[in-house]
Design a protein around this ligand. Structure first.
Ligand code: FES
Length: 157
């Protein structure tokens, strides 16, 4: 069992195995690890019986849970096999070109961070992406660009 497994199990024991424990468990992890790794989020999802998307969504919504400087909107494109085969690469390229950043980077105006994620549980509607805690299924490059542009305008006010 890895260190993360043990840590998460301990926190879940302490806070209880319910949906309400998600925040305290994530906070406990950040306190001890100083960073929420993807591995840690997946362990939390498993231990609390939650969808990975829900854990990612919560973590990216509460920006204080991240120790890495992030943009206001966190875009996570699923990189797992089904979405990969359904053209996630074109989606990533389209977003990279629109935001003028590479995956893993944050735009200069700090509005967007682009990341990839493991399976978000929406394989039947791939390719999918998560923007903050919102899932966007059945993407095409054009659709992805429109969604990103919508967020850019929304946050402009
Ligand atoms: S492979 Fe992308 S949501 Fe499952």
């Amino acid at each position: 069992m890895s260190k993360i497994d043990l840590l998460v199990k301990g926190l879940v024991e302490q806070h209880g195995k319910t949906r309400n424990s998600l925040m305290p468990v994530l906070q406990g992890l950040v306190q001890q690890e100083r960073f929420l790794s993807e591995e840690a989020m997946l362990v939390v999802a498993r231990e609390l019986d939650l969808a990975a998307a829900e854990v990612y969504g919560t973590a990216s919504f509460y920006t204080f849970l991240d120790t890495v400087p992030r943009g206001k909107n966190i875009v996570r494109v699923c990189k797992t096999i089904t979405c990969h085969m359904k053209g996630k690469e074109d989606i990533v390229n389209a977003i990279e070109n629109t935001l003028k950043i590479r995956t893993g980077e944050t735009t200069h105006d700090k509005k967007f961070t682009l990341l990839t994620a493991n399976c978000l549980g929406w394989c039947h509607k791939g390719p999918v992406m998560l923007v903050n805690d919102e899932i966007y299924p059945d993407l095409t490059p054009q659709k992805a660009i429109e969604i990103i542009e919508e967020y850019a305008t929304l946050n402009g006010h």
